[in-house]
Design a protein around this ligand. Sequence first.
Ligand SMILES: [Zn+2]
Length: 358
Amino acid sequence: MSWSNMIGHREIIERFARLVARDKLASTFLFVGPEGIGKRLFAEGLAEVLLCQRREAGSFAACGQCPSCIQVRSQSHPDVLRVEKPEDKNVLPIELFVGDREHRAEEGLCRDIRLKPTAGSRKIAIIDDADYLNQESANVLLKTLEEPPPRAVIILIGTSPQRQLPTILSRCQLVSFSPLMPEEVALILERMTDLETTIPLTELSAASMGSIKIARKLADPTVFEFRTNWLEQLATLDPGQDEFGASIVKFSESNTKEAAEKRENLYFVADLAIHFYRQLLARILVQPFTADSALKAATEAAAARWQASLSLLGRSIERLCDFQARVEANANAANAVDPLLSDLRRLARGHRALLPQS
Ligand SMILES: [Zn+2]
């Protein structure tokens, strides 16, 4: 990948370019930032640069044409190791790192990274979904992070530092990626050949929260319409009218029978609300914020109504994060929605104490 084709994250590209020029690249990194903003793309681009056979010393540009560049792009380079959460799992299983019970220490990333590089001069590991490292997997990974093989580069990719185990966090250099700007999202969407939508790209980009993943989700008009209705509910500060809780459950189940997808939909519903409360706080504090027309209208209406302490906006966000944690832990989603809405109403009315949860 040529860096000129990568949209956004200029500062990070420049920072890594300086490190590579001085041959001062650390060996373990943790990339954090919302999903769908280009962290994985950056990691792949970095792997290409580091393994390119025609790169001049100190340069941060891969040639894009040598066998190594082509193999990294086609995900077939023997020295690039990749792991990610299997779709049917809630964690990054230990087997990915040290092999299954019958083949402990004979397979997996922790072993493979110690093998001599086959084509390049170093091994590169990209560990996606690092938010889902459980204690067991983290424990086996720690030794590799503490004593990586010479010149190896290990990149963990997660969404936030708070979601990482302290033992992992303390052993990685943190790199924070920001959400993309709406103009950047629009540029990326324009280049997509497989995106079909009736929603104007400017609206879609402004509503995307800076994430391509979310923009793609919102490209479906039923999802976009659900978002508008949900924002209208939140704007009343009395969410849950007209049995909206049931609409949320229905939305999470629409077009899918997969439990993982239903959970992802519910997580997304909470993300929309978290973003709404953040923008509301910014609006009340007269700080700049970016929003599409639906979010702007909702924020204005809610700002005019909000009477409670501003700290309760923070509590509302915490409550939504707690809901997301429950959804990820497989809590029966249908049962978790109504208590959430009830708590958001209580908080907006100034009640600090939330109802005990079952
Ligand atoms: Zn090359």
